[in-house]
Design a protein around this ligand. Structure first.
Ligand SMILES: Nc1ncnc2c1ncn2[C@@H]1O[C@H](COP(=O)(O)O)[C@@H](O)[C@H]1OP(=O)(O)O
Ligand SMILES: [Mg+2]
Ligand SMILES: [Mg+2]
Ligand SMILES: [Mg+2]
Length: 349
């Protein structure tokens, strides 16, 4: 089955949403120190991005039944204090739509925006089609002026069949550890993938796409790895024990969000390790788009026990311990190192 029509819609939704987020991040970084600790800009961008993606998908694919599993809901906006924020979101969405021009004079009301946000309440599951959205993945990175992503995937019968991953601050050139020059040149990447047809990357400004592939490195000594920037999101001590066992020499590259999946898909690094603290439940929108982007580029993503990621169980991923991503050649030795490190950690508790 081809998802070409859906892919066009997903790319458009993610790119427009990236435009909205960039505008907010720029204003945020220019604002004074006091308002930097104010979380409302990211709130406005989060909701705005979700409303915009939801609106664009429904406009582009009017004949399909629409189901969206997304991170945000409008609960906090329906209070008195939320009213002003809702008005800011609505203006931002309308300004972004107007700058694109393809939807004529359609202007959304605050009610339309609430409805668009709340169409993201689907539970997903193993039957039918469900869009999966993280409107801003890596909110901490967004606030710092670093990496974040707009991550949109499509599930069909519980499998990810398509993804569009916009990374507005990711350089078009490699960010691998051997390549950490402060002068990265042009930034803003859109990764996209359709099941069975590979992964492509294009500049967010619209120039043509190139096919990308994961790194072919099979000697772990030459590999480098990505992990969360935020230590609270992944146990860095565990990652470093795994890297040591594998013989990885390069220091980890720490970045926020699913931009890690994009960077891995084009071979900037070879391994992504993610070990959340006990009790944290991974959500499907934090991995769906990144997962297809990396697997269609030839990578493999599993949980720490080597099980494939299962997106068919609803809003959460049900998995063992953590997520590991690499190329097929390195996966067996990575899994062995993960098992050994987890055993050691277990016995040292
Ligand atoms: N305690 C946590 N452990 C792991 N991930 C978290 C935690 N809190 C938030 N996240 C989510 O992890 C993702 C980013 O992690 P990282 O940048 O480390 O890869 C985001 O989806 C973020 O949510 P959000 O989408 O709200 O930013
Ligand atoms: Mg997220
Ligand atoms: Mg988010
Ligand atoms: Mg969040």
């Amino acid at each position: 089955m081809s998802y070409d029509k859906e892919l066009v819609a997903a790319k458009k939704a993610a790119s427009l949403s990236a435009r909205l987020c960039q505008k907010v991040q720029k204003a945020l970084l220019q604002s004074d120190v006091q308002s930097k600790s104010d979380k409302s800009p990211v709130t406005v961008a989060d909701y705005g991005s979700q409303a915009l993606v939801s609106f664009v998908l429904q406009r582009e694919l009017p004949s399909e039944t629409f189901s969206l599993v997304a991170e945000e809901d409008s609960g906090d906006l329906c209070t008195n204090e939320g009213q002003e924020i809702l008005e800011r979101i609505t203006k931002l969405v309308n300004d972004t739509l107007a700058s694109d021009g393809s939807y004529g004079v359609s202007t959304l009301s605050t009610e339309d925006v609430l409805k668009a946000i709340d169409s993201g309440k689907s539970e997903g599951g193993s039957h039918g089609r469900h869009w999966v959205l993280d409107p801003i993945d890596g909110t901490k990175g967004f606030l710092r002026g670093d990496q974040y992503a707009i991550a949109l995937g499509l599930l069909e019968e519980g499998k990810v069949v398509l993804g569009a991953l916009a990374c507005p601050n990711l350089p078009l050139s490699s960010i691998g550890s051997a390549n950490q020059s402060p002068l990265h040149g042009e930034i803003g990447c859109l990764f996209f993938a359709e099941v069975g047809t590979g992964t492509y990357m294009q500049p967010l400004n619209g120039a043509s796409a190139v096919k990308v592939q994961v790194s072919a490195i099979d000697n772990p000594e030459e590999a480098s790895f990505f992990e969360s920037y935020e230590a609270a999101h992944s146990m860095h001590d565990l990652s470093s024990s795994i890297a040591k066992k594998l013989g990885v020499k390069a220091p980890p590259v720490r970045i926020d969000s699913q931009a890690k999946y994009g960077a891995l898909a084009r071979g900037d690094g070879t391994i992504y390790l993610r070990f959340p603290r006990k009790g944290y439940r991974e959500k499907i929108w934090d991995h769906a788009a990144g997962y297809i982007v990396v697997t269609e580029a030839g990578g493999v993503a599993t949980d720490a026990a080597g099980n494939p990621l299962d997106f068919s169980k609803g809003r959460y991923l049900d998995l063992d311990t953590g997520i590991i991503v690499t190329n097929p050649k390195l996966m067996p030795s990575l899994l062995k190192a993960v098992r050994e490190s987890l055993d050691e950690k277990g016995s040292s508790l």
